[in-house]
Design a protein around this ligand. Structure first.
Ligand SMILES: C[S@@+](CC[C@H](N)C(=O)[O-])C[C@H]1O[C@@H](n2cnc3c(N)ncnc32)[C@H](O)[C@@H]1O
Length: 497
């Protein structure tokens, strides 16, 4: 059906509903009103239907089937209070009316009054053992009131009942149930339910996505990829699926494939700098080696508020303390009255260690958010919003110490940094920094999007820039996903001419 036909069909439906409504308003006969009410329900005019049923009720106010219909019409038309009144009315005539209790529980669940919903459904739970909808509702209600054991029991029961019944909406409900099972730590049951769902309805993107997520959580990359592929075959622009696929591919070291997924994502989210960054770095199509300043600034602006706590407490980041004590041990110079430039100063974690030795401490960073946090510490004489290479170029033979912790990892090439440092430092100046390590000879892009450097690469660059390596030490930079990140600390001084 094309748009024109659809529009004409809608117009016809509208005029039919209008006629129905008019007829029902003048009708008197209860039987006729009931038929009109049903027709209005079919036309989705729920409130007009409720009105027709109500007028049919006039003779016998305790007609339970009619009251049930009114309740349903009100609930479907969004008049929840009126629906509740109607169902309660039924219970006032017959306290044991299971259907009314079920309806009340469903309505209260919909408006998130879970205790109230439970109060109606609990007394009749024994009668609902074969009803998958009610087992599901019970599971949801127990889940909402944090009764995990009971909720799992009911979810499992509901899955069993749904699997046995041949209902039309079976697959969608199974997928919902599976999500609930995954949530309560029953991945295998969730997988079984989802497999059942896709057997019945093979074109079900949501189920494939759910399966992929569950397998990913179980660290079963093969199956996670299998279902992500199925999902993307059905919905090639599924953003969360593309994210998942990009992450799985990067984890396998297949950066190019990951890059293609990021490229597709960048068409969906053209403004997202992180996506753009990963697309271009993974596809190896960066137009220049320089930092992706927009990506770094966005990343750290978002991270600034929780940076200190997260990095130090969660990721066990100790690099500033390690590098500064390394500096004390390995320096022959007197560490007092120094003019210091802190490259990528961030929130000032490194600056706090250096402050006691500094006559002048300058911090430079690309992220406004990080600089604002550094300013709160009140330890810097100046804070500059700039790229570190640009900032270095401002100095010539002036700095006693250039320090940089956990920053060079955001650069694909350190040649300009080394050249800038050798020019900016005094004859006895020191360049102290940390890196993340690799054995690969050339800088290596890690799946994290950060760069790793080899000792050989640093030695070569030092030599090319007339630096001597005064000391270096392998170390653990921080933890990532519970694993140590291997790195190294370096102290470079200018070679004697
Ligand atoms: C992981 S944080 C480390 C901050 C600080 N040095 C520390 O040890 O806590 C990295 C910082 O480097 C900054 N950064 C990365 N690339 C930069 C660049 N090219 N120029 C200036 N700052 C940069 C980021 O904005 C971020 O604040």
């Amino acid at each position: 059906m094309n748009r024109k036909q659809r529009r004409s069909q809608l117009r016809q439906q509208k005029s039919q509903t209008k006629k129905l409504k008019k007829v029902s308003q003048s009708a008197r006969d209860p039987d006729k009103l009931m038929i009109l009410g049903d027709q209005l329900i079919a036309a989705r005019n729920f409130l007009a239907a409720a009105d027709a049923y109500k007028r049919a009720l006039k003779k016998d106010r305790s007609d339970i089937p009619v009251l049930r219909k009114i309740g349903y019409a009100y609930a479907s038309g969004g008049k929840i209070t009126l629906a509740i009144k109607c169902y309660e009315n039924i219970l006032s005539f017959d306290q044991k009316d299971v259907e009314a209790a079920k309806s009340l529980a469903t309505v209260y669940h919909a408006i998130r009054q879970h205790d109230k919903a439970l109060s109606y459904i609990k007394p009749i739970a024994g009668l609902l053992q074969d009803d998958p909808d009610m087992q599901y509702l019970l599971a949801e209600l127990f889940d909402a009131s944090n009764d995990r054991d009971k909720s799992i029991e009911c979810y499992l029961e509901a899955i069993k009942l749904f699997a046995r019944s041949n209902r039309k909406h079976n697959s969608a409900t199974l997928a919902r149930l599976a999500r609930a099972c995954a949530k309560v730590g029953q991945p295998q049951t969730a997988i079984d339910a989802l497999n059942l769902a896709v057997q019945q309805t093979p074109e079900m993107p949501g189920a494939y996505f759910e399966l992929a997520k569950i397998y990913n959580k179980l660290a079963d990359t093969k199956n996670a990829l299998r279902y992500t592929r199925q999902l993307l075959k059905l919905v090639p622009q599924h953003a969360s699926g593309l994210y998942l696929y990009a992450g799985l591919m990067a984890n396998k070291g297949l950066f190019h494939q990951s890059g293609w997924a990021f490229r597709r994502l960048s068409h969906i989210f053209p403004e997202a700098s992180t996506i753009k960054h990963f697309a271009s770095t993974y596809l190896g199509i960066k137009t220049e080696i320089a930092v992706d300043a927009e990506y770094v600034a966005d990343l750290f602006d978002d991270y600034a508020d929780e940076f200190d706590e997260h990095l130090v407490d969660v990721l066990k980041y100790q690099t500033p303390a390690r590098l500064t004590s390394f500096l004390v041990t390995a320096s022959k110079e007197n560490l007092t009255d120094l003019v210091v430039l802190d490259l990528g100063c961030g929130t000032g974690l490194c600056g706090s260690h250096i402050r006691p030795w500094a006559k002048k401490l300058i911090g430079v960073d690309l992220s406004k958010g990080m600089l604002a946090k550094a300013a709160e510490k009140n330890i810097y004489d100046a804070l500059l919003l700039s790229d570190l290479v640009v900032s270095l170029a401002e100095y010539e033979n002036e700095l006693d110490l250039v320090i940089s912790t956990d920053v060079l990892i955001y650069l694909a090439d350190l040649a300009q940094v080394f050249a800038g440092c050798v020019r900016a430092l005094t004859a006895t100046g020191i360049f102290a920094f940390s890196i993340e390590s690799t054995n690969a000879r050339l800088p290596k892009l890690d799946k994290s999007g950060r760069y790793q450097f080899s000792h050989r690469y640093i030695v070569d660059l030092a030599r090319q820039n007339n630096f001597a390596i005064r000391a270096f030490e392998n170390t653990i930079i921080r933890q990532e996903q519970g694993q140590p990140v291997q790195g190294a600390l370096y102290l470079l001084v200018k070679s004697a001419a």
